[in-house]
Design a protein around this ligand. Structure first.
Ligand code: PLP
Length: 385
């Protein structure tokens, strides 16, 4: 493999622990390749122990886990689901697939998470659920969101795609709402290429979650010997990954603490390197509220409005540094306009999406590489002139 990481600094580099192929070989020799074998069970137990959720179920992506959540909550055509516009498309797609209308609410200008103060004004008689997205692994203001949901009889689905190993007031992200969804996509912290998990926190939802994940059948109960044959029970699909993916993921779970710790070291180093940039007013660094323990999923900077972001991105590219920006706000995307509704003017979302730059962050990123990123940014922003 030609990594070429010395000259070129990639934006992301999938981290392997070294045990992945060993466990895949073990699954291969076990002769058990379909889902819900021994490695899947180990992963479920690990997730349940770590997050204290009632039931964890591996899926083939976070997208799939969100689609399961929409099915589980019986989301129907015309139902409304409140979510930020500043998020990945899967947050909205999962509910639009059931015919629901995503109602986009603006984000807070500190954490870039859904502004909990704006949620109540978006509630109508058709509202069924709130979907907080824990951006960059920094928790949304969950106590407030859960209180609003309780007052209005709404369900809460946490899009914790970026939140594996992060906590809010000591509780794992994804374990606070009725349901939570994790991603193990290659671009996240703990990975299996594609992969995800649904966290079921309301134990009453567990039996149906198992049915929906197994093509709408009670096959899970059949395998446990609770029924003598399995049949079609309700609408479902095939949401479970095969054992090879679970075997890969198990190797990552074993090292999840180490992976998180290493990322946090790099995150903290960027934060120290860029302190003087913030003091000069050219950018602002991420803000993490004290009740949130983040997982260093992402290091971003918000450039000041007078800075030309494209020029900064061009300077990075000329220096062989891969940096990216996101998101095109969902409320201004073609599908968002067709299927969704914006609540208010979403001015923070629009502003952030034009000013945010994500810096390379992965396990193995060296101090020299981080220095190069900071120096390139300094030259681009003409801080020494
Ligand atoms: C990555 C991501 C997803 C999708 O995860 P997949 O596992 O790729 O389906 C959903 N929501 C957010 C906020 C994400 O960052």
């Amino acid at each position: 493999m030609d990594t070429n990481k010395d000259r070129h600094i990639p934006f992301n580099w999938p981290n392997m622990t070294g045990k992945e192929l060993h466990y895949i070989a073990e699954a291969h020799f076990n002769g058990r390749l379909a889902g819900d074998g021994p490695f899947t069970k180990r992963c479920h137990t690990w997730l349940e122990t770590r997050t204290q959720c009632a039931k964890a179920l591996l899926t083939h992506s976070c997208t799939a886990a969100l689609e399961m959540a929409a099915l589980l909550l019986d989301i129907e055509p015309g139902d409304e689901v409140i979510m930020p516009s500043y998020t990945f498309v899967s947050t909205a797609n999962a509910f639009v697939l059931r015919g629901a209308v995503p109602v986009f609410v603006d984000v807070r200008d500190d954490t870039l998470n859904i502004d909990e103060q704006l949620i109540e004004s978006a509630i109508t008689p058709r509202t069924r659920a709130i979907v907080p997205v824990h951006y960059a692994g920094v928790a949304c203001e969950m106590d407030t969101i859960m209180a609003i949901a309780a007052r209005h009889g709404l369900k809460v689905v946490e899009d914790a795609a970026q939140g594996v190993m992060a906590t809010y007031k000591g509780r794992a992200l994804g374990s606070i709402g009725d349901l939570g969804a994790y991603s193990f996509h290659e671009t996240k912290n703990v990975i299996s290429g594609e992969g995800g998990s649904l966290l079921v926190n309301d134990p009453q939802l567990t039996p149906r979650a198992e049915i929906i994940r197994e093509k709408g059948t009670d096959r899970s109960r059949f395998f446990r010997g609770e029924v003598d044959k399995y049949t079609w029970q309700e609408v479902g699909s095939s949401f479970l990954p095969g054992e090879l993916m679970a075997a890969f993921l198990w190797a990552q779970f074993e090292e999840a603490d180490k992976i998180t710790q290493q990322r946090i070291v790099s995150w903290n180093r960027y934060h120290a390197l860029l302190e003087s940039f913030e003091a000069k007013g050219v950018l602002r660094r991420p803000i993490v509220p004290s009740e949130c323990q983040h997982n260093a999923h992402m290091y971003y900077v918000l450039l000041s409005p007078e800075v030309n972001r494209q020029a900064v991105l061009d300077d990075f590219r000329r220096n062989d540094i891969a940096s990216v920006f996101h998101y095109v706000p969902l409320h201004s995307s073609p599908a968002g306009q067709k299927y969704g509704r914006a609540q208010g003017d979403l001015s923070v979302t629009d502003s952030v999406s034009e000013r945010l730059v994500r810096l390379p962050l992965w396990v193995g990123l060296t101090e020299a590489q981080q220095d190069k990123v900071a120096n390139t940014l300094s030259r681009s922003l003409k801080l020494n002139e």
